[in-house]
Design a protein around this ligand. Structure first.
Ligand code: IVH
Length: 672
C-alpha cells in the first residue's frame, strides 16, 4: 500500500468507519460489530498513522481518549491528564513492549505490577485536608464531568481519610458494577420493559452519570483504586506496589488480585491463569494491566501521546462474536412467562461455543430491531447466559423476518396474555407442563429446598411418569421406591440418595421454603425478610396487606403477589400437604431485643453526605436502634455530619459518644 493516495484513502475510510461504530456504541448503545473487530480497525488506523505521520490529524479517532464531558454535571479540569493504555493482544506483543521498555531504561532492572483491567469507568478522586472534594470522570482525559454527588453514594469510596494523609492528593480507580448487580439490574429492566445495558461497563457508566444521585445509590457499584494521580505536601512511596499498599492503609479499596512479579514469564503466567479463570471473577475484566513498578523509571519512560510507555493492557481473547440468527424460540418460565431466546448458528466466543442466547422480552427484541435471519453480535459479558447485542444492519438482505410473540403457549397451547403495564407475555394455564416442571426445578434448587439428585432431566422424568404432579408429591415418593428404581438411569443407591435428600429437606429454614414455593417477585432476600418478620407460613398466608407493607422492602407489587398466591386453592392444598408431610413451616421470630442495635439511641446532626437523614434513620431502626430528636443522657451516639448544629455542643457537655458518618456507615455495615 505504498501509493500515498491509496494510503490516504484507506485512512479516511477507517476513520469514517470507526466514527460510525463509536456513535453506535457510545451514543446509541447498540454496537454493530464486536469489540475485537473494532480493535482491529483501530489498530490498522494507528499503524498507518504511525507509518505516515503526515496524515495524522487532531480529529482522528485515535486522538480521542473518551467521550466529551456533559455540561450538565459541571466540568472538571484534570491537573494531570488521565491517560489511556496501549494494547497487546498476544504474547509476542507483550514481549515486544518489554524489550522496548528494557532498552529505554538502559538495562536497569525493574519489576511488574499486574492488575485486572476491569471493565468499568475511570474516575479521579481529589482529597483536600482529608476530605473527598471532587470526583470526576475521565472525559477526554483533560476535562471530565463532576460526578462527586454520585460517587459519594459508592460505599467503598472513603468520604474522609481518618489517618494522616497528604494535604492534597488525587487517586484514580475504576468504578464498576459487579456481575451479580449487572444481571439483577438487567433482569429488573427486562421485567419493566426498559432497554437493557449491553455490558457492565455501560451499566456502570449509566449509573454514575445519572443526574439523580439517588438512582446511582440503588445500584451496587464498587471501586478499585489503581493509581495515585498526584500528591502534595507529603512524601509518598517510590514504587507503584508500595503506593497501593499505602493507599490501602489510608482506607482505599485495592484489588486483592494484584500481584508484584519479577519476570515477563511470570506476567505471561498471570495472564494465562486469568484467561482460564476470568469467569469466576465477580466483575468483568477484559485483560490485565502490566505496569512498571519503579516510579522513577515510570517518569523516565514517560508517555507517547495519551499512552504511557510504562504500562500496557494485555487483553483477554474476545468474548464477542458475530453469527447468524436462525430462529427465535420460546421457553416457558415458572410463572408462565414466555421467554424468547435466540437459536444461533454455533460460534466460538472466547473459547466457548454458543448456540443459543437470551433475548429477555419482546420489547427488547423490537427495540434492538432483531429479526429472524439477521447477522447478530453475540457476547458473553457478566452473564453465564450469552446475550444478543444487536443486528448488523449492513448485512441485511431484506429476507429477514420480524418476530412477534405467539398468541398461544408453545408448550400447552393455552392462550397467552400480556398484562397491562408488564413487559412479559404469560401462558395463562397454571397446569402447563412447562410451568409445573420449572416450579419443581425451582423447588429442589440449591437456594430452595436443596434436594440433590433431582435436576432438570429427573424432574422431567418424574413428571412424565406421573409420579409427581406438584411439589408436595415429592414427599410421597418414599412409598414408590420400587417404581422409581425401574426408571431409566436410576438404581437402588441413587434412589436412596434422592429419598434421603427429600427427607432432609424437611428441616430447611422457613425462608428457604418461602423462596422455594416460587411466588412471583419473591427472591431469596425478600423470603428471608418475610420469614424473619412473620415466623410461619400461616402468618404469611393470613397477613393483611398493611402488615405486609410494613415490612421493609415489601412494596405493593410483592404484597399483591403474595395475596394472589395464597388465594389459589391449589396452593393452599400444597402447603397443607407439606405441613402434613412434616416440612418445617415455622421458625423462631427474631425478638426485637436480639437485634444488634437494640437499646441504643442515635441522634444525627448536620448534613450527611452518602445518604439522607431519613435513610440513615431507617437503617438504624431496621437494626433495632432508636432515633431521638434532642441530646439527652439516653443518647448513645451523636452522629456528626457536615456543619453540625448546637447538638454537638450539648453532646460535648454531656460527654455523649460521637460518631463520624464514616464510623456510622461502618457500624451499620458490620451489624447488618
Ligand atoms: S491504569 C496510564 N489500571 O483502562 C494508566 N487502568 O485504557 C491508565 N482500567 O481508562 C490507567 N483497570 O479506566 C489502569 N488496573 C487498572 C485498570 C485500568 C481498568 C481502565 C481505566 C483506563 C483504561 C485504560
Amino acid at each position: 500500500m505504498d501509493d500515498l493516495n491509496q494510503v490516504k484513502q484507506r485512512i479516511a475510510q477507517l476513520r469514517a468507519e470507526i466514527n460510525h461504530h463509536n456513535y453506535r456504541y457510545y451514543v446509541l448503545d447498540s454496537p454493530e460489530i464486536s469489540d475485537a473487530e473494532y480493535d482491529e480497525l483501530m489498530r490498522e488506523l494507528k499503524q498507518l498513522e504511525e507509518q505516515y505521520p503526515q496524515f495524522l490529524t487532531p480529529d482522528s479517532p485515535t486522538q480521542r481518549v473518551g467521550a466529551a464531558p456533559v455540561e450538565a454535571f459541571g466540568v472538571v479540569e484534570h491537573p494531570l491528564p488521565l491517560l489511556s493504555l496501549g494494547n497487546a493482544f498476544a504474547k509476542d506483543e507483550l514481549v515486544a513492549w518489554y524489550n522496548r521498555t528494557s532498552k529505554l531504561v538502559a538495562g536497569k532492572q525493574f519489576d511488574f505490577v499486574c492488575e485486572h483491567k476491569i471493565d468499568g469507568l475511570a474516575v479521579a478522586l481529589t482529597y483536600v485536608d482529608g476530605r473527598l472534594t471532587i470526583g470526576a470522570t475521565r472525559g477526554d482525559g483533560f476535562r471530565g464531568e463532576n460526578i462527586t454527588q454520585n460517587l459519594k453514594t459508592i460505599r467503598s469510596i472513603p468520604l474522609s481519610i481518618l489517618k494522616e494523609a497528604p494535604p492534597r492528593f488525587e487517586v484514580r480507580g475504576e468504578v464498576f458494577l459487579p456481575k451479580a448487580g449487572f444481571n439483577k439490574l438487567n433482569q429488573e429492566r427486562a421485567e419493566e420493559g426498559l432497554p437493557l445495558f449491553a455490558n457492565p461497563r455501560n451499566a456502570a457508566a449509566g449509573s454514575v452519570r445519572q443526574l439523580d444521585p439517588r438512582v446511582t445509590a440503588k445500584r451496587t457499584l464498587d471501586i478499585y483504586i489503581y493509581g495515585l494521580g498526584y500528591s502534595e505536601g507529603k512524601a509518598t512511596p517510590p514504587t507503584h506496589w508500595e503506593t497501593m499498599e499505602y493507599l490501602k492503609s489510608l482506607g482505599f479499596k485495592v484489588n486483592p488480585n494484584n500481584r508484584l512479579l519479577t519476570s515477563i514469564e511470570q506476567v505471561e503466567e498471570f495472564h494465562h491463569t486469568w484467561v482460564e479463570r476470568r469467569e469466576s471473577l465477580p466483575y468483568e475484566a477484559d485483560g490485565i494491566v502490566v505496569k512498571v513498578n519503579q516510579l522513577d523509571l515510570q517518569d523516565r519512560l514517560g508517555n507517547i501521546g495519551h499512552e504511557p510507555r510504562w504500562a500496557i493492557a494485555y487483553k483477554f481473547p474476545a468474548i464477542q462474536g458475530t453469527t447468524h440468527l436462525i430462529d427465535i424460540g420460546i421457553s416457558v418460565g415458572r410463572t408462565g412467562t414466555l421467554n424468547p431466546y435466540a437459536i444461533l448458528e454455533p460460534v466460538s466466543v472466547g473459547g466457548v461455543t454458543i448456540k443459543s442466547a437470551a433475548l429477555h422480552n419482546e420489547d427488547d427484541v423490537r427495540r434492538k430491531d432483531i429479526r429472524i435471519g439477521d447477522t447478530v453480535v453475540v457476547q458473553r459479558a457478566g452473564e453465564v447466559i450469552p446475550q444478543v447485542v444487536g443486528p448488523v444492519i449492513s448485512k441485511r438482505t431484506g429476507k429477514e423476518k420480524i418476530f412477534t410473540m405467539p398468541r398461544h403457549c408453545p408448550v400447552c397451547g393455552a392462550e397467552t396474555i400480556q398484562p397491562e403495564g408488564e413487559a412479559m407475555s404469560r401462558c395463562t394455564n397454571a397446569a402447563c407442563p412447562a410451568q409445573v416442571q420449572e416450579r419443581l426445578e425451582h423447588f429442589v434448587s440449591r437456594g430452595g429446598m436443596d434436594i440433590r439428585g433431582i435436576g432438570e432431566s429427573n424432574s422431567a422424568m418424574l413428571l412424565q411418569e406421573g409420579l409427581v404432579k406438584n411439589v408436595a408429591d415429592l414427599y410421597d415418593l418414599k412409598d414408590k421406591k420400587e417404581q422409581i428404581v425401574k426408571l431409566e438411569r436410576m438404581a437402588e443407591k441413587s434412589v436412596s440418595n434422592i429419598l434421603n435428600a427429600i427427607e432432609n429437606s424437611k428441616q430447611r429454614p422457613l425462608s428457604r421454603v418461602i423462596f422455594a414455593l416460587g411466588i412471583l417477585h419473591i427472591g431469596e432476600e425478600i423470603a428471608e425478610l418475610l420469614a424473619k418478620h412473620l415466623g410461619s407460613i400461616d402468618s404469611l398466608a393470613n397477613a393483611s396487606r398493611e402488615e405486609l407493607l410494613s415490612i421493609p422492602a415489601v412494596g405493593p407489587k410483592i404484597a399483591d403477589s403474595i395475596a394472589a398466591f395464597f388465594r389459589q386453592e391449589e396452593n393452599r392444598k400444597i402447603i397443607k400437604r407439606l405441613k402434613d408431610a412434616g416440612v418445617k413451616l415455622e421458625e423462631e421470630r427474631v425478638k426485637p431485643e436480639e437485634l444488634p442495635l437494640t437499646g441504643m439511641e442515635f441522634l444525627i446532626t448536620g448534613r450527611l453526605e452518602a445518604f439522607s437523614r431519613q435513610e440513615a434513620e431507617a437503617m438504624i431502626k431496621a437494626l433495632g436502634g432508636s432515633t431521638g430528636s434532642s441530646v439527652t443522657k439516653k443518647t448513645t451516639y451523636l452522629v456528626i455530619g457536615a456543619d453540625p448544629g448546637s447538638k454537638l455542643t450539648r453532646a460535648q457537655e454531656l460527654g455523649t459518644k460521637l460518631l463520624t458518618e464514616e464510623e456510622l456507615t461502618r457500624l451499620l455495615r458490620q451489624t447488618a
